[in-house]
Design a protein around this ligand. Structure first.
Ligand code: CO
Length: 134
């Protein structure tokens, strides 16, 4: 059901510092920082030949990554994003199999302008999974 690995998301305290690390030390192509107030994060995309790295910095009072950074003060891998062809069909199949979909279960428009859903990490080997409509 899942297809390509769309991105690996890394939560960071300082997105400028993390961007410089990827750009200058690792020699990667790094986007501008984009504030996404509706998602409570600022994002930078690092484009690699086979996938992307999404750097996330908390934005605003109720950022969904604030707690993660409290537990992981140095930052760390926050979620993996897999592409699916039909996000509603994928959701329905996963729910039938007992997986928990976060939020109200309706796909939201994610950082790339495509519908996304998140799956509970306790149901997926301790990994927060984002599904994105390909
Ligand atoms: Co993501």
């Amino acid at each position: 059901m899942i297809g390509r690995l769309n991105h690996v998301a890394i939560a960071v305290r300082n997105i400028a510092a993390a961007s410089a690390l990827y750009r200058d030390k690792l020699g990667a192509a790094v986007s501008q920082a984009v504030p996404q107030p509706e998602h409570g994060v600022t994002t930078v995309f690092v484009t690699l030949p086979n996938t992307k790295i999404e750097l996330l910095e908390p934005l605003g009072e109720n950022s969904p990554i604030a707690k993660f950074l409290e537990r992981n003060p140095d930052g760390g891998i926050h979620h993996l994003c897999y592409e699916v062809e039909d996000i509603r069909a994928a959701r329905d199949r996963l729910k039938r199999e007992g997986a928990r979909v976060l939020g109200d279960g309706e796909p939201k428009i994610g950082a790339h302008g495509k519908p996304v859903l998140f799956l509970h990490p306790k149901d997926f080997a301790g990994t927060l999974i984002e599904l994105e409509q390909a």
